[in-house]
Design a protein. Structure first.
Length: 219
């Protein structure tokens, strides 16, 4: 479990094919890691398979390579890094599992004073899980959703986020790993499984699901 507060950025030094997946070598400033511990790499939870002072290795399964941008980032690419949340530590962002739901593209980036506003692609299967003022993780960064449109949503990137993460180089067309909020995931799952109690007509009716969420005060 993570918080979406990036500890450091790192660099992919190598991506080596291993069967259907990959072995990533990442140069980082996280310090000495332990074998078997979890690290969020661009929002994807990976297990440390080898480590030294300034780099670690982790395996990316074929599923993770397909569902995240880690299977496409070339050596030299910068990535966001976060170690797993310690029990009892402050949760400054939101609870992030490191299980990526979709890879989405940036539609537009524009300045907003010292900050930047970014418009991000919103695939229709993800639409029910996002709500204004809710949380979303993009490349492992905890962000607040400003507005939700039919096929896109907006987030604001404050100066600290820009300086501390790889989002400083955000540009139209870039691919990002997206993870929906855990609470939204379970609420939507429950409403879809119990349509008679929620007013949702069927598990495939996102319009009625959204109306149920609005009636419950969650949107």
């Amino acid at each position: 479990m993570f918080t979406g507060l990036v500890e450091s950025t790192g660099t992919i030094e190598a991506r080596t094919r291993r069967g259907p997946g990959y072995r990533l070598t990442v140069r980082s400033r996280l310090g000495q890691l332990e074998l078997g511990e979890s690290v969020s790499v661009n929002g994807a939870c990976l297990t440390v398979a080898a480590c030294a002072d300034v780099r670690f290795e982790a395996d990316v399964s074929s599923e993770s390579a397909e569902k995240t941008n880690l299977g496409r980032l070339p050596p030299g690419s910068a990535v966001n890094l976060e170690r797993a949340l310690a029990l009892g530590a402050r949760v400054g962002g939101h609870l992030v599992s490191g299980h990526v739901d979709a890879v989405v593209r940036v539609h537009a980036v524009e300045p907003a004073g010292e900050a930047k506003r970014a418009e991000i692609e919103l695939p229709s299967p993800i639409r029910p899980f996002l709500a204004p003022k809710g949380s979303v993780a993009l490349d492992g960064v905890s962000l607040t959703v400003n507005n939700v449109h039919a096929a896109a949503f907006d987030v604001m990137l404050i100066p600290h986020t820009l300086s501390a993460t790889t989002l400083i180089d955000l540009a139209p067309g870039r691919e990002l790993n997206l993870e929906v909020d855990l609470l939204a995931r379970y609420v939507v799952s429950y409403l879809r499984a119990h349509p008679g109690n929620s007013g949702v007509e069927s598990s495939d009716s996102d319009a009625s699901l959204i109306e149920a969420l609005k009636r419950s005060g969650m949107m």
